[in-house]
Write a protein that binds this ligand. Structure first.
Ligand code: UPG
Length: 482
């Protein structure tokens, strides 16, 4: 029997790559006839992708999932510019093509190429799938609502000739088919408000319309309205197969010092149930010293126990990922660590899933990256929103206003691509949000969080909505004849 081979093309950032690899595992676990090659493009910064993929290589069956690392390319624009990704993909295209040709040649009668699965930001690779005569599927690492937003904005631009960038700094609200509430322009992602970036961003939406199917990391019961609206927005068949989570925590990176976070777990074990607020801002989130101090004052004044993942921003003007502090005291208010020693803990990179799973954790101050959002839902932990960049403002709005699952610290607060901002969220605002989050365990919102958490687990069980959607996807893939 020849394996039906899929080529996966992820965007090589951890927020995208990890869920795509987990999706690959789901696929091969679901059907023994599938095998997968994941092509890893090399970013010009140390994105921790290499250490992640090598940690995986030891735990995976290489006959079913393989990683091919592509050569580093020269990509002209600055990584922080709005056009970097488009150039990066273009420069990588010949390498992707070569890798697939090599694969086809070496596979012989063992593997039969049946399709490409392409990350939502790698859509220029669709034409390579066309060249190889196989269909493309898109893997969408964010919400169904965000997919709806991309499709809607693209049709506003291309069919109604609207200049989307006019919404920059606008107080207007948009009628948005994927939400039951009007959408404030202030939560639009910055990429659609920047003239040099919007075009290539909306080109993704155009190309996405033409693929055979879109695999979305969401589940029907979380976003029923948004999922239901996609067909009318011109989406092809969608497969909501989520939540796809990395529950085994294989993202352990260099930045976490290689530790498993045993001291963090021991500390949590000593805290009362639901008493700790956890603060964590994803793989790219960090703050300058003034903002760090405001957070510290807020935590101290709130009187709540806390676990705070505090990370050092990259040097000014340099695009890189945050790293752990050797000594966080250098940016904290004087005496903060001593005064809060009994009730709080400041850490670097967090074992986030293990933390969210811990009964001592009662609330999560989050940047609302989609993976963190799904993880908070899975573990039934309510969120206070503090979005920073990308589509996080939009996710925060969905969580607070559309789904009623979160409280707001900030919603329309933006940073640029370099994460730099002079805007400060005050200690009062942060304290208010934390108190609201931690002191309403009997509220309607809290019940909703628990309810949707249960639904997320049911969705993945046999007969659940995501389990069924994955079955339909596998069936469709296996029917592809080259
Ligand atoms: O200290 C940390 C910080 C993060 N994580 C994990 O890292 C992942 C972070 O993913 P996510 O919450 O999605 O945030 P980003 O890394 O910021 O993800 C990028 O990709 C997402 C998916 O497309 C988008 O929703 C975000 O806006 C974009 O910034 C999650 O699994 C976290 O559990 C940790 O384990 N420990």
């Amino acid at each position: 029997m020849a394996y039906a081979e899929l080529v996966l093309v992820p965007t090589p950032g951890m927020g995208h790559l990890v869920s795509m690899v987990e999706m690959a595992k789901l696929l091969v676990d679901r059907d023994p006839r599938l095998s997968i090659t994941v092509l890893i493009m090399k970013l010009p910064i140390d994105s921790e992708v290499d250490s992640y993929t090598s940690s995986l290589a030891t735990s995976m069956d290489a006959t079913r999932i393989r990683f091919v690392h592509l050569p580093r390319v020269n990509s002209d624009p600055e990584i922080s510019s709005g056009t970097f990704l488009a150039h990066f993909m273009e420069s990588n295209k010949p390498h992707v093509k070569q890798a697939v040709a090599d694969l086809a040649e070496s596979a012989g009668s063992i593997r039969r190429l049946v399709g490409f699965v392409i990350d939502m930001f790698c859509t220029t690779m669709i034409e390579l799938a066309d060249e190889f005569g196989v269909p493309s599927y898109v893997f969408f690492t964010s919400s169904a609502a965000f997919l709806g937003l991309m499709l809607h904005l693209q049709s506003l631009q291309d069919e109604q000739h609207m200049d989307i960038t006019k919404f920059k700094d606008s107080d207007t609200e948009l009628d948005f088919p994927s939400f039951t509430n009007p959408l404030p322009a202030k939560v639009l992602p910055s990429v659609v408000l920047i003239k040099e970036a919007v075009q290539s961003f909306l080109e993704h939406a155009k190309r996405i319309r033409a693929v055979k199917g879109i695999i979305i990391n969401t589940f029907d019961e979380l976003e029923p309205h948004a999922v239901g609206s996609l067909a009318s927005l011109g989406a092809p068949t969608v497969y909501p197969v989520g939540p796809i989570l990395n529950l085994k925590g294989e993202t352990k990176t260099k930045a976490d010092g290689g530790g498993r976070g045993d001291d963090i777990m021991e500390w949590l074990n000593e805290q009362p149930p639901s008493s700790v607020v956890f603060l964590c801002f994803g793989s790219g989130g960090s703050f300058g010293e003034d903002q760090v101090k405001e957070i510290a004052y807020a935590l101290e004044r709130s009187g709540h126990r806390f676990l705070w993942s505090l990370r050092r921003p990259p040097p000014k003007g340099k695009f890189d990922l945050p790293r752990d502090y050797t000594d966080p005291a250098e940016v904290l208010p004087e005496g903060f660590l001593e005064r809060t020693a009994g009730v709080g803990k400041v850490i670097g990179w967090a074992p986030q899933n293990a933390v969210l799973a811990h009964p001592a954790v009662g609330g999560f101050v989050s940047h609302c990256g989609w993976n963190s959002t799904l993880e908070s839902i899975w573990f039934g932990v309510a969120v206070a929103t503090w979005p920073l960049y990308a589509e996080q403002q939009f996710n925060a709005f969905e969580l607070v206003a559309e789904l009623g699952l979160a409280v707001e610290i900030k919603m329309d607060y933006r940073r640029d691509f370099r994460m730099e901002s002079d805007f400060i969220v005050t200690a009062d605002e942060i304290e208010g949000g934390i108190k609201k989050l931690m002191e309403d365990a009997s509220s309607e919102r809290w019940k909703k969080v628990k309810d949707v958490s249960e639904k997320s687990r049911k969705a993945l069980m046999e007969g659940g909505s995501s389990h069924l959607a994955l079955g339909h996807l596998v069936e469709d893939i296996l029917n592809n004849t080259p």
